[in-house]
Design a protein around this ligand. Structure first.
Ligand code: NAI
Length: 304
């Protein structure tokens, strides 16, 4: 339909199992979302012990929701009873939807899905949370690429409503609709798009970061001034420098680089040398204690 809501169709049923592969930052958040929505959830990670750690991490987050009065104790207990770590990929056999959130490498993702195809049912939807790779490329080696779709969540997944539902060249519209309807049932605000570099948000956001970096590189204003201007008057919740300190300078630079490469090095997306220097020196942002700004332990805002 014209408003992008698409034909209504069934999402993944609430009783159906959702599998999450790769249980780092994003996998844990996505697992929490699916779990709270009522699904049995299975976690798999190739690093030994990591899926079990993710179970504990999700349990901790649900505890905090209970403390804040946003989740009942019984609901938490019921949710945790539905959450299981799998030691092997074969433990995901009953999944109706698999969401992959592993390392951002095409060959590794392709290898994972080739293996998964031999494990899950033929009508299971296979989804990738990739932020910068081509959905079409990841699906390239699949026997049944029609059921493959992008489900791009934003960090932190339990808090941010947007999910970009990305159709590759081979994606069956019915599979995209199932992903879309599932995201809606999970309380998210999905949007549909096709497979272009950066999809919608990560592409449109590039010039926001890039121009701020150029203003800084030209010596026109320092990062704190640029941030303050955009925060106080531009309607942005965070300025580009404090925001990339939160995201991680390395992560932000990698996305810029990937979009730039994917558009055949279109100068519009040229990465910033100043940001490169920052990454090379290990000033990655809050996670390393220093990015554009220094951070005291656990500080929410840059030190004055
Ligand atoms: P992460 O590094 O926190 O977690 C990745 C996990 O995948 C690790 O636990 C690792 O052991 C596991 N893993 C690696 N190779 C594996 C394999 N072959 N099989 C099973 N598990 C494997 O990474 P993060 O940040 O959660 O990102 C995951 C994916 O989500 C990437 O594709 C990334 O581009 C995408 N993404 C990341 C966002 C972010 O802000 N961090 C936002 C949206 C998407």
């Amino acid at each position: 339909s014209a408003d992008g809501s698409g034909p209504s169709g069934p999402g993944i049923g609430p009783g159906s199992t959702v599998a999450v592969v790769g249980t780092g930052t994003m996998g844990q958040g996505i697992a929490q979302v699916a779990l709270v929505a009522g699904h049995p959830v299975r976690l798999y990670d190739s690093a030994p012990g990591r899926a079990a750690e993710a179970v504990a991490a999700v349990a901790g987050r649900l505890d905090r929701l209970v403390e804040k009065g946003r989740l009942g104790k019984e609901d938490r207990d019921a949710a945790l009873a539905r959450l299981h770590a799998a030691d092997e990929l074969t433990g995901l056999a009953d999944a109706a939807l698999v969401v992959e959130a592993i390392v951002e490498r095409l060959d590794v993702k392709q290898g994972l899905f080739a293996e998964l195809e031999g494990i899950v049912a033929e009508d299971a939807v296979l989804a990738t949370n990739t932020s910068s790779l081509s959905v079409t490329a990841i699906a390239g080696g699949l026997r049944l690429p029609g059921r493959f779709v992008g489900m791009h969540f934003f960090n932190p997944a339990p808090l941010l409503p947007l999910v970009e539902v990305v159709s590759g060249f081979a994606t069956d519209p019915a599979a995209a609709t199932r992903a879309y309807e599932t995201a809606k049932r999970w309380g998210k605000t999905p949007v549909r798009c096709t497979d272009t570099p950066g999809f919608i948000v990560n592409r449109v956001a590039r010039p926001f970061y890039a121009e701020a970096l150029r203003v800084f590189e030209e010596g026109a204003a320092d990062p704190a001034t640029i941030d303050a201007a955009l925060r106080e008057s531009g309607g942005f919740r965070m300025g580009p420098f404090e925001l990339t300190d939160l995201i991680g300078q390395d992560v932000n630079e990698a996305v810029t680089r990937s979009v730039w490469e994917a558009f055949y090095q279109d100068p519009k997306f040229t990465p910033s040398l100043a940001q490169r220097r920052l990454v090379e020196s290990g000033r990655l942002g809050r996670k390393s204690g220093h990015g554009w700004f220094p951070y005291a332990d656990g500080a929410e805002r840059p030190e004055p």
